[in-house]
Design a protein around this ligand. Structure first.
Ligand code: DX5
Ligand code: ZN
Length: 217
């Protein structure tokens, strides 16, 4: 599945951008929420997400890069999130937040920064719908893919298979035609891409090429 990151879209008309990418064949809409603390950037909040919810029926994949997401989970659910991903690095808050997200019937993901090992998420694998090993330091679009991520995807894939779990592996950061093939080969099934999609004039072609590259890997 291809999840365009709206971070790379034209924020002055973000609703239209959501519609444009949905019509071009996206599977999910990836929304990056940053607090200026967990990461050194600020982006959007629940009010903005709610305002673009009516532009598509596609699921909203909300990536929370927040030090303290707990107080905002209900607002993101109300804004129309279908999947909420929080970072493993918030540690002690995690069990409560997983339960909180699930209590709303919304899917749960856990993201890892590039330097966080797979062993950190191991205890949570059976409880979540998705794991997101970040392939760049979270905070900004347009960075280069970190190749170490491939090992992590492979390790995650093996753990998930060995336990016969139904957990998707998403990758986020520096995904283009070349890296899509690499992550697809290692077992990733959800690919986030910002620059590689919104940097093209033909969004349909950009999305289809990434999907084909991932499948061919
Ligand atoms: C970075 C965000 C990504 C970002 C990806 O913290 O989580 O979703 O938008 O951008 P590209 O695809 O340009 O690397
Ligand atoms: Zn993201």
């Amino acid at each position: 599945m291809i999840a365009p990151s709206m971070l790379a879209s034209d924020f002055s008309r973000i609703g239209e951008e959501v519609r444009r990418v949905a019509e071009a064949g996206a599977d999910l809409i990836h929304l990056d929420v940053m607090d200026g603390h967990f990461v050194p950037n600020l982006t959007m909040g629940p009010q903005l997400i709610k305002s673009i919810r009516s532009y598509t029926d596609l699921p909203f994949d909300v990536h929370l890069m927040l030090s303290e997401p707990q107080a905002y989970i209900d607002a993101f659910v109300d804004a129309g999130a279908d999947l909420i991903t929080v970072h493993i690095e918030i540690e002690e808050q995690l069990p409560t937040i997983i339960d909180q997200i699930k209590s709303h019937g919304v899917k749960v993901g856990i993201a890892l920064r590039p330097k966080t090992p797979v062993t950190a998420v191991d205890p949570y694998l059976a409880e979540v719908d998705l794991i997101l090993p970040m392939s760049v330091e979270p905070g900004f679009g347009g960075q280069s893919f970190q190749k170490d991520t491939l090992n992590k995807i492979g390790q995650l894939w093996q753990l998930i298979q060995a336990r016969r779990l139904d957990v998707a592996i998403e990758v986020d950061g520096g995904i283009n035609q070349e890296t899509a093939a690499l992550v697809g080969r290692c077992g990733a099934t959800v690919l986030v891409a910002g620059t590689a999609i919104f940097g093209q004039d033909d969004l349909h072609h950009a999305i289809r090429s990434l999907r084909q590259a991932a499948a061919s890997g």
